[in-house]
Design a protein around this ligand. Structure first.
Ligand code: EPZ
Length: 429
């Protein structure tokens, strides 16, 4: 059942509950390799990437047991330190086991993750960071091998605040001998969550969330019980879905402070929100939605960047929303070299978007019409859902396996908001 059938043109209402973050859960699952004894992770989202990561850890010899909303993980008796290509090729986040394996077991081997639709996505910063900690890193026949009898703390200055490289180095440093300092570290909330998890295991990490993170290596880390943070990208996606349908909904179980850059852009366009501690409720704009639609004609340039700048993972979804607003908008993608795969598909739904290098220019305000469209990557797929929810008529969204990587029970959650969304097969309209 590899497509979503969306009957657009409806308004949404009610409340949607946000799941635990995919991009927090994956590095935290890798970090369980660092701890002796059992770890219990709570409320892990049921997603393809989470399932793939469980398979990866099981293949290494980890023991994983799911009991309701709790996942029990134990990795004290691994049978191999090799993350094989069959798994790595489907999820490049597999590289996150390299740091923990070499830190805890003295050796890790991971098939080189290929690129993906949005870019080549090298791992040079991960490997340079591990080498700075004393690992001997070699590339052989399509995989990377890292070895060290005991990692030693060091100063690692990242030329770019890479999320994955910060995570790999922070995990490896936590069991190194001595202190490490990561300079120009990524500042995303998922970095803070990973540091909090490692500290809950007995780690000594300070400064996560700032550009300088200091890690005092310890001899051992011990499994613990932990619930990762809510998914800020999912929260942003549902907010933008409702705004694209000119609807007021409540997004519950989220952390508004994690998407401040998006809220500021939207408030600059006249959107209004009631922010609670763990929820965001969309208010009707001043003068109502009719006034909102007639009042525009603005032009605005939006640029993605490392946190706390506007996140690249919300770029496609924001673009879908902007196609419905009268005005001229430029979105500049500065993180990935090919993250406009959704543009051609949005054009099929009637959007007016031109591409100039890493800049997309959106002439918003026109009507969208239903059409069959094709998913290409996770967040591009979400953008197509948002546009299809607005386009009058039935749109078939093909290859929704991309969506299932990062959105838990998406059709159920959308139906709960009043959308007409079915998962199906059969002839495409
Ligand atoms: C994480 O990917 C997220 N994935 C991505 O989310 C997110 O888009 C990205 O961070 C940026 O916020 C997970 O957390 C699992 P990076 P990651 O290392 O760690 C270059 C989603 O949709 N780079 O910060 O791979 C790289 O090519 C996914 O949920 C190097 O050059 O991101 C890219 O241009 C998509 N060398 C930029 O840095 C390296 O060694 C950002 O990459 C590493 C990265």
């Amino acid at each position: 059942m590899d497509k979503l059938l969306v009957e657009g043109g409806r308004s949404l209402s009610g409340k949607v509950h946000i799941s635990v973050s995919k991009n927090s859960s994956l590095p935290i699952m890798a970090a369980t390799l660092l701890g002796e004894g059992k770890t219990v992770l709570k409320d892990l989202p049921v997603l393809r990437d989470i399932q793939t990561f469980k398979q990866l850890l099981t293949n290494l010899g980890g023991v994983i047991e799911t009991k309701g909303r709790e996942t029990l993980m134990e990795s004290s008796s691994l049978k191999t330190f090799f993350a094989v290509y069959d798994i790595v090729k489907t999820m490049r986040a597999s590289i996150l086991v390299l740091g923990p394996l070499v830190a805890r077991y003295g050796m890790g081997k991971v098939s080189l993750p290929g690129g993906c639709a949005i870019g080549t996505r090298p791992i040079d910063l991960h490997l340079e960071g591990l080498e700075k900690l004393g690992a001997r890193v070699s590339l052989e026949a399509g995989h990377v091998l890292a070895k060290a009898s005991r990692l030693r703390g060091n100063r690692i200055a990242l030329p770019f605040p890479s999320v994955g490289a910060t995570e790999n180095v922070m995990m490896a440093s936590s069991l190194a001998h001595g202190e490490s300092v990561i300079e120009n570290a990524a500042r995303e909330p998922e970095i803070v969550d990973l540091a909090d998890f490692i500290n809950a295991m007995g780690g000594k990490i300070e400064g996560a969330g700032t550009s300088t993170i200091s890690i005092q290596g310890v001899e051992t880390l011990t499994g613990c019980s932990y619930r990762p943070i809510p998914d800020r990208i999912e929260a942003a996606t549902y907010l933008l879905a409702a705004l694209t349908c000119r609807s007021s909904i409540e997004v519950a179980g989220c952390i508004p402070d994690h998407i401040l850059s998006l809220l500021e852009i939207l408030e600059g366009l006249g959107c209004r929100f009631d922010r609670g501690e763990n929820s965001i409720r969309i208010q009707k704009p001043v003068g109502g939605w009719e006034h909102f639609d007639s009042a525009h004609g603005v032009s605005k340039i939006i640029e993605t960047g490392p946190y706390p700048s506007f996140p690249t993972d919300i770029q496609a979804q924001l673009m879908a929303f902007l196609t419905s607003i009268k005005g001229r908008f430029s979105i500049v993608e500065t993180i990935f070299e090919n993250r406009f795969m959704h543009v051609a598909e949005l054009r099929r739904l009637g959007a007016h978007i031109t591409l100039r290098g890493n800049r997309a220019v959106i002439e918003g305000g026109g009507e969208l019409w239903a059409a069959p469209v094709m998913c290409t990557d996770l967040r591009a797929s979400a953008a197509l859902v948002l546009a299809a929810l607005r386009a009058k008529g039935r749109s078939d969204i093909l290859r929704v396996y991309h969506l299932d990587r990062g959105y838990e029970r998406i059709e159920e959650k959308l139906r709960g908001l009043g959308a007409s969304v079915e998962r199906g097969e059969g002839p495409t309209v």
